[in-house]
Design a protein around this ligand. Structure first.
Ligand code: NDP
Length: 291
């Protein structure tokens, strides 16, 4: 595994023809994506440069035009652009259309194609790395924002017994549940109205962790459950600490999802699926980010 900095060398310093990729967001300075993709590129011997680009919401269209003219080959898209970027894509995958969000841009000739790898990234982490059984489980998903929209479809396709979407704003949770109701048993409730049930899996898809808070759900929800916070932090999250205190079976952060969704984007761009194990190990050993 080669070591990598967060800001790879520009194309003209890299020798061979170097394709250029980026992640767009605001704020974006602390993104781990440049490091992750540079590690993937080193391990698969792909010649590419990948940078984080801070783009204000009002500048998204004009910056994409500029970067397209400069030959950008692909991009990841993160908060707050995942929904708005859809309108700037020439084509969008069915799963991105259903999720209402795009996190991966792929240049196809003269066109931008949009896709989302967030849901599949979560599933790969849950099923392949954490050995979590989804089929026939009762699942509680807390939150109904962009990431909840991206992960609900793949979760339902794995055949759980039911999914309850609990959200602070009930109407948003209801809209999400209604959108996916054809894929399985999915209902919505407020945070204080979570039904009493033995949940096998509890997913925190809220951004409460960013405020060093946790969504206030009843304690009994997490007892004996596998608990997964989409947010990641090297020193754990308030939600994870709370789940441990109230008897969770196991507690995980979203760092694995981040790496897995990145690997899926990388494969779409380069036609090569990078191994994620060495990158997960690097993030844990060097930066303290553990699943
Ligand atoms: P959004 O802004 O789209 O949605 C935020 C959600 O959090 C809403 O449901 C909102 O409820 C809820 N919320 C915010 N604050 C609180 C609070 N204090 N108590 C209860 N609910 C709260 O965010 P995203 O869906 O894009 O992101 C959610 C989280 O997922 C973030 O922490 C993000 O970093 C993480 N993420 C991780 C990824 C990974 O690869 N690991 C990928 C994508 C996201 P309401 O509707 O009432 O406002």
């Amino acid at each position: 595994m080669t070591s990598a900095s967060a800001n790879p060398a520009p194309a003209d310093q890299a020798g061979d023809r170097t394709d250029r990729y980026a992640v767009f967001g605001h704020p974006i300075a602390h993104s781990l994506s440049p490091l992750i993709h540079t590690l993937f590129a080193g391990a698969t011997e792909q010649s590419l440069a990948y940078n984080a680009i801070d783009i204000l919401p009002e500048d998204l269209e004009s910056r994409l035009d500029e970067l397209t003219d400069e030959g950008l080959a692909g991009a990841n898209v993160t908060m707050p652009h995942k929904q708005r970027i859809m309108a700037l894509c020439d084509t969008v995958s069915p799963r991105a259309r259903l999720a209402g969000a795009v996190n991966t841009l792929i240049r196809r000739g003269e066109h931008w194609h949009g896709d989302t790898t967030d849901g599949q990234g979560l599933m790969t982490d849950l099923v392949d790395h954490l050995n979590v059984d989804i089929a026939n489980q009762h699942i509680l998903m807390v939150g109904a924002g962009g990431s909840a929209w991206s992960v609900l479809g793949p979760l339902l396709e794995a055949g759980p017994a039911s999914i309850v979407v609990a959200n602070r704003t009930l109407a948003s949770g209801q809209r999400l549940a209604d959108n996916f109701s054809e894929l399985g048993d999915v209902t919505a409730c407020g945070l204080d109205r979570v039904p009493t049930r033995d949940f096998g899996l509890v997913i925190n898809a809220t951004s409460a962790t960013l405020q060093n808070a946790r969504p206030s759900i009843p304690q009994g929800c997490v007892r004996d459950a596998t608990c997964y916070d989409l947010m990641y932090a090297s020193d754990g999250t308030a939600f994870g600490d709370w789940c441990r205190r109230y008897g969770a079976r196991s507690v995980h952060t979203g760092i694995g999802m981040l790496v897995e969704q990145a690997a899926l984007s990388f494969e779409m761009w380069r036609g090569v699926r990078p191994e994620t194990g060495p990158v997960r190990k690097h993030l844990a050993d060097e930066l303290g980010f553990r699943s």
